[in-house]
Design a protein around this ligand. Structure first.
Ligand code: SAM
Ligand code: DTB
Ligand code: SF4
Length: 332
């Protein structure tokens, strides 16, 4: 336990949650959700790719890997001004957090000054800041924290077993080491993964087990549904095999189990929302998802967009929240 939050889940406990009758599972998830979070509020984050393509890692789902034949052009780190302009647009659109992603194995020390300027500039606009840049050294983590970086995103992506089938250039242990460095620097952790990559239920159990037994739960847990991209190993497989897209109900179950096992974390309904029905998204919110990515674009692929989100929020009576603190405090 950390505080009164359980971190000693067994795989069997998590498998048993997945096995619950759907309505019982949703009831439990929603009950726990209301204990820790404001029931009708959804946190809004916006993504920007600050360095696109040409990544030396071989993540089988990713358009930005140099191993993929996605046709994406490799670009250099973009200018600070371009980042600030995109952040201003995100803020005007009501977003509370600005997440900057780079297609790197790890940042180079020569990029650190520019990255820190981006962080302090975005923070000065009154937005929460998040970056995802690959692995970090202790020094890089403390420099980013010092510049005002609130969150660092680094995903475990799947179960340890299935991870090895998806990525071979970076080990599971290296991911854990980066997460530990982020924690030690004082930044909040954003860590989740992808479902719908062809993994089994047992892998989804193992994935959530890995997250829910970290020494402290990540403050943000992004749950992505694979966006199949032509030219990537997993995208091509999904496109060829058709109908292997994760079942909507199984996706909602995954969100619900994340909510139950990590009760205080913000659970983000992340990639894959563009092709998700309103009803499935509504079930995800009922299951405890309380964050989304706003805007028309994720990093390289499309996103639901402001119009569709505004309509859905209106229908469901949801309101954006800009900070997770009030919801948490209300729960104590
Ligand atoms: N290069 C950095 C890294 O991987 O550490 C950060 C960027 S990477 C794109 C961030 C996360 O986006 C991945 O860990 C993965 O979970 C998610 N992601 C990437 N491509 C995706 C896709 N096609 N569908 C769903 N999620 C995806
Ligand atoms: C995360 O878990 N999902 C976001 C964020 N962290 C960086 C990225 C989703 C990327 C989807 C595919 C793309 O747009 O390239
Ligand atoms: Fe590189 Fe990140 Fe894509 Fe993996 S997910 S190939 S590390 S950009």
């Amino acid at each position: 336990m950390t505080g009164n939050i359980r971190v000693d889940w067994g795989r069997g406990d998590i498998a048993a949650l997945f096995d619950l009758p759907f309505l019982d599972l949703l009831h439990e998830a929603q009950t726990i959700h209301r204990r820790h979070h404001a029931p009708n509020e959804v946190q809004l984050s916006t993504l920007l790719s600050i360095k696109t393509g040409g990544c030396p890692e071989d993540c089988g789902y990713c358009s930005q890997s140099a191993f993929a034949k996605s046709g994406l052009k490799a670009e250099k780190l973009i200018d600070v001004d371009a980042v600030l302009a995109a952040a201003a647009e995100a803020k005007a659109g009501g977003s509370g957090r600005f997440c900057m992603g780079a297609a790197w194995r790890e940042p180079k020390d020569r990029d650190m000054d520019a990255l820190c300027t981006m962080v302090s500039g975005v923070k000065a606009m009154g937005l929460e800041t998040c970056m995802t840049l690959g692995m970090l050294s202790d020094d890089q983590a403390s420099r980013l924290a010092g510049a005002g970086l609130d969150y660092y995103n680094h995903n475990l992506d799947s179960s340890p077993e299935y991870y090895a089938e998806v990525i071979t250039t970076r080990t599971w242990q290296e991911r854990l080491d980066t997460l530990e460095r982020v924690r030690a620097s004082g930044m909040s952790v954003c860590c989740g993964g992808i479902v719908g990559m062809g993994e089994s239920r047992e892998d989804r159990v193992g994935f959530l087990h890995a997250l829910a037994t970290l020494p402290a739960h990540p403050e943000s847990v992004p749950i992505n549904a694979l966006v199949p991209i032509k030219g990537t190993a997993l995208g091509d497989r999904l496109i060829e095999e058709r109908n292997t897209k994760i079942d909507d109900i199984e996706f909602v179950r995954t969100v619900a189990v994340a909510r139950i096992t990590m009760p205080r974390s913000i659970v983000r309904l992340s990639a894959g929302r563009e092709s998700m029905s309103e009803s499935t998204q509504a079930l995800c919110f009922l299951a405890g998802a309380n964050s989304i990515f706003t805007g028309d674009k994720l990093l390289t692929t499309g996103n639901a967009g402001a119009g569709a989100d505004a309509r859905l929020f209106e229908k469901l009576g949801l309101a954006p929240t800009t900070s997770e603190e009030p919801a948490r405090v209300a729960a104590e």
